[in-house]
Design a binder for this molecule. Structure first.
Ligand code: FES
Ligand SMILES: [Fe+2]
Length: 399
C-alpha cells in the first residue's frame, strides 16, 4: 500500500490486519502452584478453551476444554483419580487425551481421544507448546531455568496478570526496541540501550535511572543511581529480565528476576502476566523480602497499566514513521515473524544475528532539561502525563 497521499507529503497509517494464526512456541500459562490444587482450571488461549488439571499423581495436564462426547466444558468438571470428569455425562479423560472410562457404558469407543497440549514445568511455571503445524518442540527452543528459583536466599514469585482486549500481542513485543517510551510511559531515563536479535531470542540491554520528577512511581528515590536491565525473549512470548537495581554491579549476579510473558486469547486480545522474585539481602527477614518483591511488582504493574492504556487507545500500525533515536522496529518485527510462518518459510533475515545500539546522548540532554523544568515548577510527570485510570484497569486484572 502507498504510504503517502497524492501530494506525497502526508504520511498515511497502514493498519494492516492482525494475523489469524497464533505464534509457534512455548507459552507460559501461569504458576504451577495456582493450577495444582486438584481442580480443573479453564484457560482461554489460542482462540479456544483449554483445561488444566493435576490428577492424583500430581502431574499437570492440559487438554482441550470441550469434551469430544457432546461438547461439555471439562473445566467445569471434577478431577477424579488421574482423570478430569466431564460435568455433562461424566466421561473421564486422562492426561494423554484418552477417555479412560464412561461409568454408564459397557465400553469406551476406541476412538475416544481428545487433543492434549505438550507441557513443561520450569521455574515454578507451567508452559504449553503451540504449533499450528503440529510438530514437537525442538530441544533448542527449551525455556531456560531461572537459576535462583527455589533458593532459600530468594523469594518465591509475586505473580500478576492483566487481560488486554482490543490489541494484538505484537504491541508488547514492540516494547523491546522502544527506548523513548521508557521515559514517557515508564518514567525512566535510559542512559544506554542496545538490542540483539538472534535465532529465537531478542534481547534488550538497558541502563537507566528514575525520573526525578516522577516521585512515587519508582521504588528508588536515588535519582543519580543507575539500574541495569538485561531482558531476553525466548521465543514469541516469554521474557526473562535480569535486573541489577540500585547501582548493583552488573558484573555480579542480578538481585531481581522479572518475568514478562503473555499468551494470545484471540487475534485481538491476550493475557499479559508478570512475576517478580527478589534476592533476600543480608539482615532482611523473609517477610520484608516478600514485601520488597510485592513493591517491585507494584511498580511493574503501574508501568504495564500505562502500556495497556496506550495500547487500548492507539492504532495498529504496520508502517511506523521512525526517527534516528527509535530502535529497530522493522528488524524486530521481522524477527517476530519467524513465529507466524511455517518452519520451512523462516528466512535467514528473521533469525540471523542483528545488533543495534541507540545513541541516547541527545535524548538524555533534552529529557534532563525537561525534568529540571518540571522540578523547578513543582510539576510531577506522573500527575500530568498518563495518570492511568487505575480502578478501571485493575477491575480487569486478576491476581
Ligand atoms: S459432553 Fe462430556 S460427557 Fe457428555
Ligand atoms: Fe512498556
Amino acid at each position: 500500500m502507498d504510504s503517502t497521499d497524492t501530494d506525497g507529503e502526508v504520511r498515511v497509517i497502514d493498519t494492516g490486519t492482525p494475523p489469524e494464526r497464533y505464534a509457534r512456541g512455548w507459552h507460559c500459562l501461569g504458576l504451577v502452584r495456582d493450577f495444582a490444587d486438584g481442580k480443573p482450571h479453564q484457560v482461554n488461549a489460542f482462540g479456544t478453551a483449554l483445561v488444566v488439571f493435576a490428577g492424583e499423581n500430581g502431574r499437570l495436564n492440559v487438554l482441550d476444554a470441550f469434551c469430544r462426547h457432546m461438547g461439555g466444558n471439562l473445566a467445569q468438571g471434577t478431577v477424579k483419580g488421574n482423570t478430569v470428569a466431564c460435568p455433562f455425562h461424566d466421561w473421564r479423560w486422562r492426561g494423554d487425551g484418552k477417555c479412560a472410562e464412561i461409568p454408564y457404558a459397557r465400553r469406551v469407543p476406541p476412538l475416544a481421544r481428545t487433543r492434549t497440549w505438550q507441557v513443561a514445568e520450569i521455574s515454578g511455571q507451567l508452559f504449553v507448546w503451540h504449533d499450528p503445524q503440529g510438530a514437537k518442540p525442538p530441544a533448542e527452543l527449551a525455556i531456560p531455568e531461572i537459576p535462583t528459583y527455589g533458593s532459600p536466599d530468594w523469594t518465591d514469585w509475586v505473580w500478576n496478570s492483566i487481560e488486554v482486549t482490543g490489541s494484538h500481542c505484537r504491541e508488547i513485543v514492540d516494547n523491546i526496541v522502544d527506548m523513548a517510551h521508557f521515559f514517557y510511559v515508564h518514567y525512566g531515563m535510559p542512559t544506554y540501550f542496545r538490542n540483539v536479535f538472534e535465532r529465537h531470542t531478542a534481547t534488550q540491554v538497558m541502563r537507566s535511572r528514575p525520573r526525578a520528577d516522577a516521585a512515587g512511581v519508582s521504588q528508588s528515590t536515588n535519582y543519580g543511581v543507575e539500574s541495569q536491565s538485561d531482558a531476553t525473549y525466548y521465543g514469541p512470548s516469554y521474557m526473562i529480565d535480569k535486573l541489577w537495581s540500585g547501582g548493583r554491579d552488573p558484573e555480579s549476579e542480578p538481585n531481581i528476576y522479572l518475568i514478562n510473558c503473555h499468551y494470545p486469547i484471540s487475534p485481538t486480545s491476550f493475557r499479559l502476566q508478570y512475576g517478580v522474585m527478589v534476592e533476600k539481602s543480608a539482615g532482611v527477614s523473609d517477610e520484608q523480602a516478600e514485601q520488597i518483591a510485592r513493591a517491585v511488582a507494584e511498580g511493574v504493574a503501574i508501568g504495564f497499566e500505562q502500556d495497556v492504556h496506550i495500547w487500548k487507545n492507539k492504532s495498529r500500525i504496520d508502517n511506523p514513521l521512525l526517527c534516528e533515536e527509535d530502535g529497530p522496529v522493522y528488524q524486530l518485527r521481522r524477527w517476530y515473524e519467524q513465529f507466524y510462518v511455517d518452519v520451512d518459510d523462516v528466512r535467514p533475515e528473521m533469525v540471523n544475528r542483528f545488533e543495534y545500539e541507540i545513541d541516547t546522548a541527545r535524548a538524555l540532554a533534552n529529557w534532563q532539561a525537561e525534568v529540571d523544568e518540571n522540578l523547578a515548577a513543582g510539576r510531577s510527570a506522573f500527575a500530568s502525563n498518563l495518570t492511568p485510570p487505575r480502578e478501571a484497569i485493575s477491575a480487569e486484572s486478576e491476581s
